[in-house]
Design a protein around this ligand. Structure first.
Ligand SMILES: Nc1ncnc2c1ncn2[C@@H]1O[C@H](COP(=O)(O)OP(=O)(O)O)[C@@H](O)[C@H]1O
Ligand SMILES: Cc1ncsc1CCOP(=O)(O)O
Ligand SMILES: [Mg+2]
Length: 267
């Protein structure tokens, strides 16, 4: 289903709401993801303990779950939070970081998929493997082009009745029926750790803003990253300066700029 409102309008609405996003993310991503949300205009909270994750999901406007640095205790928190989000009708996003790498991760992701995430966001290798294909991923890093993951994404979206976002040089978003590609970003982005994890959290912020238009919300989050990534790359000397320029670019981008520069095409 195509979105009725533009990515720029979504960004404006997201900033007006400044949604509280519960991010269950990994140790690597916690800081950068929180900064990405703050720079974009959302309100992050990294809350993962099983003792409180469910209660917090009742307060938050959206939940994101990322399996990057997994442990049994964290899995308890993830499941409790996902169940609470479902019970409260809140959208939740799954980021299946390197789920193909070990049996522990594969089992954790299978259990989370059974809890029906609203959105799944991963790199090409993760999405190919999640749909049952042979991926060439190496640890947390993709070794497959997004084009190769497009059919997998469509199948996964249909199977899970979720919106699936595959990221890479050109992003791909599908709900199993409609699909779009989003161009932009920078080759420096995969050289900064946890930007994909941070994007997953931002997808949560947009989903919280437009729960009735999850496809459009996902596209808006990815388009925001694409345009901010282009801006940050201008004048960046490498991954280090790109990283702080990227936060500045996220904070600076406005709705009009996003609509004028987002390169979204029907796939
Ligand atoms: N080669 C590239 N050129 C432009 N943007 C990229 C490139 N690789 C990744 N990105 C962007 O980086 C962000 C994180 O995506 P990705 O690196 O695929 O996630 P992950 O970190 O989970 O592997 C996305 O916004 C994506 O569009
Ligand atoms: C390096 C690393 N190791 C475990 S999680 C993680 C971060 C992965 O971040 P991203 O998926 O955004 O590249
Ligand atoms: Mg990732």
């Amino acid at each position: 289903m195509q979105s009725k409102i533009t990515s720029g309008a979504m960004l404006k609405a997201m900033r007006e709401k400044s949604p509280l996003v519960q991010c269950i993310t990994n140790y690597v991503a916690m800081n950068i993801a929180a900064n990405v949300l703050l720079a974009s205009g959302a309100s992050p909270a990294m809350v993962h303990a099983a003792e409180e994750a469910g209660e917090f999901a009742g307060i938050a406007n959206a939940l994101t779950i990322n399996i990057g640095t997994l442990s049994t205790q964290w899995i308890d928190g993830m499941q409790t939070a996902a169940k609470a989000a479902n019970a409260a009708g809140k959208p939740w996003v799954l980021d299946p970081v390197a789920h193909y790498a070990t049996a522990f991760r594969r089992n954790a992701v299978a259990d989370l998929l059974a809890l029906e995430p609203t959105i799944i966001r991963g790199n090409a290798s993760e999405i190919i493997a999640l749909a049952g294909g042979e991926s060439r991923g190496q640890g947390v890093d993709s070794r497959d082009p997004v084009e190769q993951a497009e059919d997998s994404a469509r199948r996964l979206a249909e199977r899970q009745r979720a919106v699936v976002a595959v990221t890479g040089a050109v992003d791909f978003v599908t709900d199993g029926e409609s699909a779009v590609r989003i161009q932009g970003g920078s080759a420096l982005m995969p050289q900064v750790t946890a930007l994909g994890c941070s994007l997953t959290c931002l997808v949560g912020a947009f989903a919280a803003t437009a729960p009735e238009d999850i496809f459009g919300a996902t596209v808006a989050a990815l388009a925001t990253f694409a345009v901010a990534g282009e801006d940050a790359a201008l004048g960046a000397a490498g991954p280090g300066s790109f990283s702080w320029r990227f936060l500045d670019a996220l904070a600076a981008i406005d709705a009009e700029t996003l609509d004028a520069r987002a390169r979204v095409s029907v796939a």
